[in-house]
Ligand binder design. Structure first.
Ligand code: ATP
Ligand code: MG
Length: 685
C-alpha cells in the first residue's frame, strides 16, 4: 500500500477505515457531530487516487458552503502530491451545477456568455413582471420569489405549478413563475436555483448528456448530506445511477435548512433507492470535551430520532459550560468582548481560537461596536455583501453586458451610468421597439428602424453607447480582456462619476478602490490554474464569462468579499458555522423568541431550532459559554426576555450559572471572585 495513505488510514478508527475502504457500492456514513465524517471524505479522496488508482478528474466531492468546500480542498491538498490532484472537483453543489451548465450550454439552448442572476437581480425582474398587472409591494414580491425558489428546489416546473396551484395566490405565483422563466431565457440568464434545476432536468431528459456526465464523474462524495434538497439529491442520483459508487455523510441531528427546501428524509430515501446501501455509523467524537458532548447529547435527545446514535469522547470532562445572564443586550455584548480580550492573554490563545455564534445577523451589530472599542480584530461572515455595493453592481453590469449583450437588466442599469443623457422616455420607446421585434435592448439600438421611433439626438446617444461597448468587446476578443476592461473604466471616467455622486472625496476613493478590487479578483479568477478548470479550452471571452460567474456565485454563497485567514475572532450565524470547529465558542442570545426563534415557536418548528442549537454547541472544542440578556430591544421597545427552554434541557450539573439569582451558589461566587483576582495577578506578572 502507498505508505502515505497507509499512514493516514492508521490515524483513523476501525469504523472510519471501513468507510474509507468500502468502494464497491453506495455508502452512507451516518454519525453525530465531530465524529470525523468530513475526515472520512477527505481521506477517501486520497485513498481513491493513491490506492485505487482512480484519476482525480473522475472524482467530485460536494458540500454546501464555500467555506466548507475551501476547508475540504485544503485538507485534501495536504494529502495529494503534485499532479495527483489535478482536475479534482471539490466544490459546492452550485459550482458543480454551474460547471455542468457551462459544459452543456448548447444542449440547454443557451448562448455562450450567459449571466448568473443573483437574488437581487432576480427580484428586480420579478418586480417588473408583477408590476405589469397591478402595483405590488415588497412583501408580495418576496413571497413569490421564495415560492418560485421552493418550486425549483422541489423540481416543480412552471407547467406543473400552474396545474397544481391550490388557490388564487398560488395560481398567481405560478403565472409569474412561467413569465419569469421565459424572461430569464430571453436574457440568456440563469438564477441561483437553476444551477441545480437545469442540470437535473437536462440529465433526466437527455440520455446522451447523462452518459457524458456519467463518464466524467465516476465517484461522488457528499458532505452534510442531511441538507440536500430534492433537486440536489436527484442530481447525485442521476450522476451515480449506473455505477452507484458514492459516499455520502450526514447527521440528521444537524439538519438546519428545512426552510430552504432541505429534506432530511433523503437519508431514508437513499436506502430505498439503493438497496445495496452500506450504512456505517461512527460514535467516537474527537472534537469536544466530555462536558460539551454530554450537553449536546442531552439537548438533542429531546427530539424524536430516526437513527439512534450516542457520541462519546476520550477527551476528559474539561471545563463546565458557563451560562452568563446579563442585564441587557449591551451588557451581553460588552461581556463577550471584554472576556475575549482578557482570555486571549490569560489562556495564551489567538484571536482565531474564538468564535461568537448567534441566531440572526442583527445580533452582531452591538458586538461589533464593542469589539472595535477593545480593538479586537474580527471577521464577520454574512455582512453587507461586497457585490451589493452600487459601484460593484455597476461594474458587474458592464461586465455582464460585455459578455452577454442580451442581458437587458445589465443594459438598463448602466446605459446612463455615467450620465449619457439617455432619459426614461427614450428607454421606454426603445423597450417597446425591442419587444415588438423580440430583440434585446442592445441589439435594438443597432437597428435602422429605430430612427423612425426616436429623435435623432436620442438615436445618436444610444449609438455612441453601443459603439463604445462594441469597441470594448472587440478588444476583449482580440487579446487581453482584463486590460480592455480596465481601459473601459478609465475611458468613460467612471471615477469622476463616483466623485460627483459621493458625499465626500474619501467615500469616492473607497468606492473606486472597490471597483479595482473587483477587476483584480476577476483577473485572479481568470488566471487560476487551468488544470483546475473543467473547461480549459475556452476562448478569452468565455474565460471572462466563466470567471465572472464564479465571482457572482461565490458572492451569493458566502456574501463576503475576501477570503481571509488572518488572526481574527470569527462572528457567524449558527447556520454558517456548520462543519467548522473552534477551541472557544460563545453562543449568544439564549432566550425564548430568539433561540428558539419566535417564528419557529409560532409555526411549531422548534425541533429544527433545537438542531440549530446542537450545531452551535458542537462547534466548541474546549470551552463553551452561553450568554443571554434579561432585557432586549425588539420591535422598537424594550422587552423582558425569558431564558431559552434549551437551557432547561441541558444537564444542570454541567452548567455554571452566573447572574441568575436563584441558581447562584454564594460559595462558588466567592471562589470565582478569587479566581478572577488570581487571574489578574498572573496577568500582571
Ligand atoms: P461535523 O458533524 O461537525 O461536520 P465531522 O463528523 O465532519 O463533524 P470532522 O470535522 O471530520 O467531524 O472531525 C472533527 C475533528 O476530529 C477534526 O478536528 C478531525 O481532525 C478530528 N478527527 C477525526 N477523526 C479522527 C481520528 N480518528 N483521530 C483523531 N482525530 C480525528
Ligand atoms: Mg463535517
Amino acid at each position: 500500500m502507498n505508505p502515505s495513505i497507509a499512514q493516514r488510514l492508521n490515524g483513523l478508527n476501525p469504523r472510519q477505515q471501513e468507510a474509507v475502504r468500502y468502494i464497491d457500492g453506495p455508502c452512507l456514513v451516518l454519525a453525530g457531530a465531530g465524529s470525523g465524517k468530513t475526515s472520512v471524505i477527505t481521506t477517501k479522496i486520497a485513498y481513491l487516487v493513491q490506492e485505487c488508482g482512480m484519476s482525480a478528474r473522475k472524482i467530485a466531492a460536494v458540500t454546501f458552503t464555500n467555506k466548507a468546500a475551501r476547508e475540504m480542498k485544503e485538507r485534501v491538498g495536504l494529502m495529494l502530491r503534485g499532479k495527483e490532484g489535478h482536475g479534482l472537483t471539490v466544490s459546492t453543489f452550485h459550482t458543480l451545477g454551474l460547471n455542468i451548465i457551462r459544459g452543456e450550454l448548447k444542449t440547454l439552448g443557451y448562448k455562450p456568455g450567459f449571466s448568473l442572476f443573483d437574488p437581487e437581480d432576480a427580484k428586480a425582474l420579478l418586480r417588473d413582471l408583477m408590476n405589469k398587472d397591478a402595483q405590488v409591494d415588497a412583501e408580495q414580491i418576496n413571497a413569490v420569489q421564495s415560492q418560485i425558489s421552493q418550486w425549483k428546489n422541489d423540481l416543480v416546473l412552471p407547467g406543473d405549478a400552474l396545474s397544481f396551484a391550490a388557490d388564487d395566490n398560488e395560481h398567481f405565483a405560478a403565472r409569474v413563475y412561467e413569465a419569469y422563466v421565459r424572461h430569464l431565457k430571453a436574457y440568456n440568464a440563469v438564477d441561483f436555483d437553476d444551477l441545480i434545476l437545469l442540470p437535473v432536468v437536462l440529465l433526466q431528459r437527455d440520455p446522451e448528456a447523462l452518459a457524458r456526465w456519467q463518464r466524467k464523474i465516476h465517484y461522488m462524495l457528499v458532505d452534510e448530506y442531511q441538507d440536500t434538497n430534492v433537486s440536489q439529491y436527484l442530481l447525485v442520483k442521476l450522476l451515480m445511477a449506473e455505477r452507484a459508487t458514492f459516499t455520502v455523510v450526514g447527521d440528521d441531528d444537524q439538519s438546519i435548512y428545512a426552510w430552504r427546501g432541505a429534506r432530511p428524509e433523503n437519508l431514508i430515501t437513499l436506502g430505498d433507492d439503493f438497496p445495496r446501501l452500506k450504512v456505517i455509523k461512527l460514535e467516537q467524537n474527537y472534537r469536544s470535551t466530555g462536558t460539551i458532548l454530554r450537553s449536546a447529547n442531552t439537548l438533542i435527545a429531546n427530539n424524536p430520532h430516526v437513527y439512534e446514535k450516542t457520541l462519546w469522547s476520550e477527551m476528559g470532562d474539561g471545563a463546565p459550560i458557563r451560562v452568563i445572564v446579563n442585564r441587557h443586550e449591551e451588557a451581553e455584548a460588552e461581556r463577550v468582548a471584554s472576556e475575549m480580550f482578557t482570555r486571549r492573554i490569560k489562556e495564551r490563545a489567538e484571536w482565531r481560537d474564538f468564535a461568537v455564534l448567534y441566531r440572526g445577523n442583527f445580533q452582531a451589530r452591538l458586538l461589533e461596536l464593542k469589539l472595535q472599542h477593545y480593538q479586537i480584530p474580527y471577521k464577520l461572515s454574512g455582512g453587507k455583501s461586497f457585490f451589493s455595493r452600487n459601484e460593484v453592481k455597476d461594474t458587474m453590469a458592464y461586465l455582464r453586458l460585455l459578455i452577454n449583450p442580451a442581458d437587458d437588466n445589465a443594459f438598463l442599469r448602466i446605459v446612463n451610468v455615467p450620465r449619457r443623457e439617455i432619459g426614461p422616455g427614450t428607454l421606454e420607446k426603445l423597450a417597446n421597439y425591442a419587444t415588438e421585434r423580440s430583440n434585446s435592448l442592445f441589439a435594438a439600438c443597432h437597428e435602422i428602424g429605430l430612427e423612425q421611433q426616436l429623435p435623432t439626438r436620442a438615436v445618436e446617444r444610444l449609438g455612441r453607447f453601443t459603439h463604445f461597448i462594441d469597441g470594448v468587446r472587440k478588444r476583449m476578443d482580440q487579446g487581453d480582456a482584463i486590460a480592455a476592461i480596465r481601459d473601459m473604466l478609465r475611458d468613460m471616467d467612471y471615477e469622476a462619476w463616483l466623485y460627483q455622486n459621493a458625499s465626500a472625496p474619501t467615500v469616492a476613493e473607497r468606492r473606486m478602490a472597490n471597483v479595482w478590487m473587483l477587476i483584480d479578483q476577476l483577473e485572479k479568477s481568470l488566471n487560476r490554474d487551468p488544470e483546475d478548470d473543467t473547461s480549459s479550452t475556452e476562448t478569452e471571452t468565455d474565460g471572462v464569462e466563466a470567471a465572472i460567474s464564479r465571482l457572482v456565485l461565490r458572492d451569493i454563497l458566502e456574501q463576503q468579499a475576501e477570503e481571509d485567514d488572518s488572526d481574527r475572532v470569527q462572528l457567524l450565524t449558527m447556520h454558517a458555522s456548520k462543519g467548522l470547529e473552534f477551541p472557544h465558542v460563545y453562543l449568544m442570545g439564549l432566550e425564548e423568541d430568539l433561540l428558539p426563534h419566535r417564528n419557529a415557536i409560532e409555526v411549531g418548528t422548534v425541533e429544527e431550532e433545537r438542531r440549530l442549537a446542537y450545531v452551535g454547541i458542537t462547534r466548541a472544542r474546549r470551552t463553551l459559554t452561553l450568554t443571554l440578556a434579561r432585557q432586549r430591544k425588539a420591535y422598537g421597545e424594550l422587552l423582558d426576555c425569558t431564558p431559552s427552554r434549551f437551557l432547561d434541557e441541558l444537564p444542570d450539573e454541567d452548567l455554571e450559572w452566573e447572574g441568575r439569582a436563584d441558581k447562584e451558589d454564594p460559595e462558588k461566587k466567592q471562589a470565582r471572585g478569587k479566581d478572577a483576582i488570581a487571574g489578574l495577578r498572573s496577568l500582571l506578572g
